[in-house]
Ligand binder design. Structure first.
Ligand code: 4NP
Length: 156
C-alpha cells in the first residue's frame, strides 16, 4: 500500500483537486486498492468544509469527483504517509517546519513532475481569482499527477 497526502493552504481548492485527479487515474487503471490517498491544508481555516464549489464544478466538467473534507496537516501525517505532495513553495516551507527531520525526504512539490520544464514551478492558488485559475489548476494537476503516478509505479 502506497500512501500519498496532497497538501495546499486551505485544503478546499488545489489539494482536493489533486486528490480527485489522482484517484481518477487510479480508478482508470484499476489500481486504487494499492493506494491510500488523502489531502490536507497547512492552515485549519476551512476545517470540516467540502471543497470549494468552483473547484468542484470545474472538476465535474472533466468527470472528476472531489470527495474531500478539509482538515489541517498534522505532524503525525509525516509518519503515516509515504509521500507528502505540496502545491507551492509556501506549502513546502510550512510542511518542512512541521515535519520531523527524518521525514523531510517525503515532501515533494507536484510541479517537479510537470512535462513542461518551462511551465509554472508551482500550482497557483485560485481562491481569489476567476474560473480560468481553476481550469489552470486542473490542467497542471492532470499532467503532474499522471507523471507522478508513473514515477511511483516504477518503485512499487
Ligand atoms: P487552497 O486555496 O490552498 O488551494 O485550498 C485557498 C483556499 C482558501 C484560502 C486560501 C487558499 N483562504 O485564504 O481562505
Amino acid at each position: 500500500m502506497t500512501k500519498i497526502l496532497f497538501v495546499c493552504l486551505g485544503n478546499i481548492c488545489r489539494s482536493p483537486a489533486a486528490e480527485g485527479v489522482f484517484l481518477a487515474l487510479l480508478e482508470r487503471e484499476n489500481i486504487k486498492y494499492k493506494f491510500e490517498i488523502d489531502s490536507a491544508g497547512t492552515s485549519g481555516y476551512h476545517a470540516g468544509e467540502a471543497a470549494d464549489e468552483r473547484m468542484i464544478e470545474s472538476a465535474k466538467r472533466r468527470g472528476i469527483h472531489l470527495p474531500s473534507r478539509s482538515r489541517q496537516l498534522i505532524k503525525e501525517d509525516f509518519d503515516h504517509f509515504d509521500y507528502v505532495v505540496v502545491m507551492d513553495d509556501s506549502n513546502l516551507k510550512n510542511s518542512e517546519k512541521l515535519a520531523p527531520q527524518e521525514h523531510h525526504h517525503k515532501i515533494i512539490k507536484i510541479t517537479d513532475y510537470s512535462s513542461d520544464k518551462f511551465g509554472p514551478d508551482h500550482v497557483p492558488d485560485p481562491y481569489y481569482g476567476g474560473t480560468q485559475g481553476f481550469e489552470l489548476v486542473l490542467d497542471l494537476l492532470e499532467d503532474c499527477c499522471h507523471n507522478l503516478l508513473n514515477s511511483i509505479k516504477t518503485k512499487i
